[in-house]
Design a protein around this ligand. Structure first.
Ligand code: PLP
Length: 479
């Protein structure tokens, strides 16, 4: 590492990135390249000799940026957001600069201890129960993604129950969720060896705004018990991916408790909003959960990746995931004086990710973060109002946070035609390059999703987005 080269190149790279943000609105939001485009632009093998930073940056401009979908564009409304911010960026930079790998406490005590402290700070902001804090048996950990979070708790829960009923019972273990739960749970079940027939995907429909009905869960659990199966894991949602549905945590948690099941709450997107007192109600009942997850890298100004997982029983995780090879033994770990986060996750190596969350919390403060969330929710309300005033459109599910689910209304009550029309509208809007929205299906209806949450989005971008959608819709109707 040449410090002077770092200084010089680092400044130039920061300038390059700052210019990117300054001109981000000039790019088509959704990349318009065709599959394989880059193969035609780059050489077949790596260079034998050093090239200059200029040459590389020229290629970034000419060849890479056309193939980038601009997630940080103020007109990015697809999926859920993946925030980048100055504080988050600086934290990433510092983490890369220090270049540590903090798998055990001893490999960089600050990395482990800062992570514990920052997750306690956030648990306090969310008003999570004390049992999720690091003082007792619980604690928080940063995972790479919500998918990793649900996988590690599923494995912890699986091993916990198998320790009491015997290893041969794996085939009998049953997992419950609604059909609105993210596919990350299905993947976790595949990896954890849960029998595919033992994954109960319970129907949630428009009668509950796509929230899971506790009666359905109770019925399924009773049926499984009668059949000699072992209910062991329930995943509930606060803010589903399709439509931000919120499952009734308290009622579901009660059923989980009565049946000694592990209760996981996935609040990957909406968890951020729950730092605002007026949105905290959506995680009421989290006291009954065994684990809770929110992605700070979605809507909390923290650069990807930074998925926050809290558990009440850290030993369930470490029993399932710890290894203790000779080459990693050290006094602090052997004496059980410290947390070794390698035993709370799948990989061994881990980055110093708490730095960026710490910087976000310190450089912005919780009040600014609350205003940030509230502003996006207000913008979503504005969009919802615009869409609801247009007779060609309808709002499909009530908006709770900053996602609006809408669609063009069916002509002559023909749902098939309506779906085709909405697909066409989606394609037309996204290939305009002016904005990027996504879609989902709810009760067989193709629904358009406008998720507001990019840090640069302002009222004018939301209004402009609606104008483009309306124009493309009128064009389709005229055709
Ligand atoms: N859970 C919910 C509710 C989500 O919306 C998403 C992604 O958008 C996930 C889980 C998966 O997130 P990740 O990419 O962090 O695994």
């Amino acid at each position: 590492m040449d410090s002077e080269q770092l200084r010089e190149y680092g400044h130039r790279m920061v300038d390059f990135i700052a210019d990117y943000y300054k001109t981000i609105e000039n790019f088509p939001v959704l990349s318009q390249v065709q599959p394989g485009y880059l193969h035609n632009l780059l050489p077949d093998s790596a260079p034998d000799h050093p090239e200059t930073l200029e040459q590389v940056l020229d290629d970034v401009k000419a060849k890479i940026l056309p193939g980038v979908t601009h997630w940080q564009s103020p007109s990015f409304f697809a999926y859920y957001p993946s925030n980048s911010s100055v504080a988050g960026f600086l934290g990433e930079m510092l983490s890369a600069g220090l270049g540590i790998v903090g798998f055990s406490w001893v490999t960089s005590p600050a990395a482990t201890e800062l992570e514990m402290i920052v997750l306690d700070w956030l648990a306090k902001l969310l008003n999570l129960p004390e049992e999720f804090m690091s003082k007792g048996n619980g604690g928080g950990v940063i995972q790479g993604s919500a998918s990793e979070a649900v996988l590690v708790v599923l494995i912890a829960a699986r091993d916990k129950v198998l320790r009491s009923v015997g290893k041969n019972a794996l085939e009998k273990l049953v997992v419950y969720s609604s059909d609105q739960t993210h596919s990350a749970l299905q993947k976790a079940c595949q990896i954890a060896g849960i029998h595919p027939e033992n994954c109960r995907v319970l129907k949630a429909d428009s009668s509950t705004n796509y929230a899971l009905r506790p009666e359905l869960l109770q019925e399924a659990v009773s049926r499984d018990l009668e059949a000699g199966l072992i209910p062991f894991f329930l995943c509930a949602n606060v803010g589903t991916t399709s439509s931000t549905a919120v499952d009734p945590l308290a009622a579901l948690g009660k059923i989980a408790k009565c049946n000694e099941m592990w209760f996981h709450v996935d609040a990957a997107y909406a968890g951020s909003a729950c730092i605002c007192p007026e949105y905290r109600q959506y995680i009421d009942g989290v006291e009954t959960a065994d684990s809770f997850n929110m992605n700070a890298h979605k809507w909390f100004l923290t650069n990807f990746d930074c998925s926050l997982l809290w558990v009440k029983d850290q030993y369930a995780l470490t029993e399932a995931l710890s290894t203790n090879p000779e080459f990693l033994k050290n006094k602090a770990s052997q004496a059980n004086l410290v947390v070794d986060y390698k035993d709370w996750q799948i990989p061994l190596g881990r980055r110093f990710r708490s730095l960026k969350l710490w910087m976000v919390l310190r450089l912005y403060g919780s009040e600014t973060l609350k205003s940030y969330i509230r502003n996006h929710i207000k913008l979503a309300k504005d969009f919802e109002q615009l869409a609801s005033q247009d007779p060609n459109f309808e709002i499909v599910t009530p908006r709770i946070f900053s996602l609006v689910c809408f669609r063009m209304v069916p002509a002559e009550n023909d749902e098939q035609k309506c779906n085709n029309r909405n697909r066409k509208l989606l394609d037309a809007v996204n290939s305009s390059g002016k904005l990027f929205i996504s879609h989902t299906a709810l009760s067989g209806k193709i629904v358009l999703r406008c998720a507001i949450g990019a840090p640069l989005t302002e009222e004018k971008h939301v209004k402009e987005a609606w104008k483009v959608i309306q124009e493309e819709a009128s064009y389709l109707l005229r055709k």
